[in-house]
Design a protein around this ligand. Structure first.
Ligand code: IMP
Ligand code: MG
Length: 184
């Protein structure tokens, strides 16, 4: 992705769809639900890089149950639009998850393929339990039957940027979620 001016760069940010304040409030609520779900039992928060790094940083500071943090990087491979069922882990967890209540922290569920593959892979490692929390859910684009245990915001079929989400690796550092402007 190439920009010729800061004006051109900024013109890609069409409009804010979820403000910084709305995200903060939703995270406080989600953290309360997570605290209630695990009732003092330690958890392992696992974020899927790179998109979920900002959400992970804020969610992990809002929960009060004892928690460890883990990161993994996953890429799913597709034959055209059909998943080969193969998820390639380019960076794996260091923890043996059979001792943990695992909570996957994801930025967005779109087709559902990546998370479906990651969940199947982690389930095969026999964690004590496994749940999925996603900041955003785009159910209109779903290609595999996959639901998060907790979704903070459900959005229409917009391509969104900010708060960890990128377009061509840019815009991850915006403090809000915005719609991306293809024409801008
Ligand atoms: P899925 O396997 O189609 O559910 O892909 C999910 C991944 O695609 C997310 O983790 C994001 O990295 C990326 N993605 C999907 N929709 C968007 C979007 O609107 N903006 C930025 N990234 C997106
Ligand atoms: Mg992602």
């Amino acid at each position: 992705m190439e920009f010729h001016s800061i004006e051109e760069f900024n013109s890609k940010i069409k409009r804010v769809i979820i403000s910084k304040e709305e995200i903060e409030t939703a995270i406080q609520n989600a953290a309360k639900q997570i605290d209630a779900m695990y009732d003092g039992h330690p958890i392992l928060l696992v974020s899927i890089l790179k998109g979920a790094f900002v959400f992970m940083a804020d969610l992990s500071r809002a929960v009060t149950v004892p928690c460890e943090i883990g990161f993994m990087c996953a890429k799913s491979y597709y034959n055209g639009t059909v998943s080969c069922g193969a998820v390639k882990i380019t960076m794996d967890l260091e923890q043996d998850i059979s001792r943990y209540h695992v909570v996957i922290v994801e930025d967005i569920i779109d087709t559902g393929r990546t998370l479906n593959d990651v969940v199947n892979l982690l389930k095969a490692r026999n964690p004590l339990s496994l749940k999925v929390v996603t900041l955003l859910d785009k159910p209109a684009r779903r290609k595999v039957d996959f639901e998060a245990d907790l979704a903070l915001f459900t959005i229409p079929d917009y391509f969104v940027i900010g708060y960890g989400l990128d377009c061509g690796e840019y815009f991850r550092n915006l403090p809000y979620i915005a719609e991306y402007d293809e024409q801008g």
